[in-house]
Design a protein around this ligand. Structure first.
Ligand SMILES: [Zn+2]
Length: 385
């Protein structure tokens, strides 16, 4: 009898232990595994990212407002550090897959966006605007969202991510439809200006000057664009077009029923250049045209004419080109010592100047090199700077 009780007690304890494990919160990463970021292809992508200082932030109002195809093209085609800033978490929408609404739905949509970004290769930011549901006018959105709070939220995101280029998804006019879309188009150019002004949003990080500001062609196919980019271009290394990759990410917006076909062939996204502080007459072939996005371009685009940093940047550029030339898909570990040497050079570049903007850009190069070193050593989950 005593033995039977003991066995029953053990059984009960085992059941309780298993159940308690099931009920405990589990820390997980996004469920998708982006094949483009692993192994030799992942290493090649990181090497391309290392060879450019291009960076861009897109701003919209909701999860699903982003031009996913353009984001994938910028992140994986132009190899730019790319981010999407959503003013809201989509709390006010409908839920196709479950009963959750409002804040709970906002949590689901946050995770959906993070998974989409893992696939299209960009980063995700949010402001604190609450999605109160559909509205027709900009004035209604203005009455719900305090401008000083939302402006400085967007400024904080810009100053934190430090993009060379910002793309507003919307125009700020009634052509955008939804009042919250109009608000995103209205606040974006104000935030770009405020981000560079040390007198504005003083609690939202160090000032950062964006060099080019675009407004997207919007949801209206009839509107014009000063720059058209082929997001359907095929990437030989990835084996797919940027549009196809983007639609795999887009299909993560499951609470919105956003399953999308991964179409092949030419498909275009349009942009309109609104503000440009880049000198010269370079033709508009990409959002970064006219900006020296090489490593040696860092001192120039940060208005730094100090000779020591220019000299060090030239050394770093040469080292990075040498490492890139040594890339072999089947022999990646041979790069490790060169990558470590390049990392030390990048740190020397950072410390060769006191100018904060220049230092910041070299820190990104350091982060990219750290990600490469981790990948070459067998850890593909390390993300770029
Ligand atoms: Zn929207």
């Amino acid at each position: 009898m005593r033995i039977r009780i003991t066995i029953n007690a053990l059984r009960t304890a085992l059941v309780v232990a298993v159940l308690s494990q099931l009920l405990l919160p589990v820390h997980t990463q996004a469920q998708v595994r982006p094949v483009n970021d692993y192994g030799a292809i992942g290493l090649a992508q990181l090497l391309k990212r290392l060879n450019t200082t291009a960076s861009v932030m897109m701003i919209g109002a909701h999860p699903d407002d982003e031009d996913s195809a353009l984001i994938a093209y910028l992140a994986r085609g132009e190899n730019a550090r790319t981010a999407y800033l959503s003013l809201t978490r989509g709390d006010g929408g409908q839920n196709i897959i479950g009963p959750e609404l409002f804040e709970s739905l906002g949590v689901i949509r946050t995770e959906e966006l993070l998974q989409a970004r893992r696939l299209d290769g960009a980063e995700q930011y949010f402001a604190r605007a609450f999605d109160y549901g559909f509205s027709k006018t900009l004035d209604e959105a203005k009455s719900k969202w305090p401008q000083d709070v939302i402006l400085c939220d967007v400024v904080r995101a810009i100053r934190s991510f430090r993009p060379l280029v910002v793309i507003s998804r919307f125009s700020g006019t009634s052509a955008d439809g939804h009042g919250q879309h109009q608000y995103a188009g209205f606040i974006s150019p104000l935030a770009v200006k405020a981000a560079a002004d040390p007198q504005q949003c003083t609690q939202s990080g160090e000032p950062w000057k964006v060099l080019k500001f675009y407004a997207g062609q919007g949801f209206s196919a009839g509107s014009t664009a000063t720059l058209r980019l082929n997001t359907g271009a095929y990437d030989a290394a990835l084996g797919r077009s940027y549009f196809e990759i983007a639609m795999e990410g887009r299909s993560q917006h499951k609470s919105q029923g956003e399953g999308r076909l991964e179409l092949k062939g030419d498909l275009f996204s349009g942009l309109n250049l609104k503000e440009n502080s880049v000198t010269g007459n370079a033709p508009e072939l990409s959002p970064f045209s006219g900006i020296d996005i090489s490593i040696t371009g860092i001192p120039a685009i940060t208005n730094n004419s100090e000779e020591p940093v220019k000299k060090k940047a030239t050394e770093l550029q040469a080292k990075i080109e040498a490492v890139t030339a040594k890339f072999q898909p089947l022999g990646k570990s041979a790069m490790l010592s060169d990558l470590v040497a390049a990392y030390k050079l990048a740190v020397e570049c950072e410390w060769s100047t006191r100018q904060p903007r220049t230092k910041t850009m070299f820190r990104v190069v350091e982060a990219n090199l750290a990600a490469l070193i981790a990948n070459a050593a067998g850890n593909s989950d390390r993300r770029t700077g």
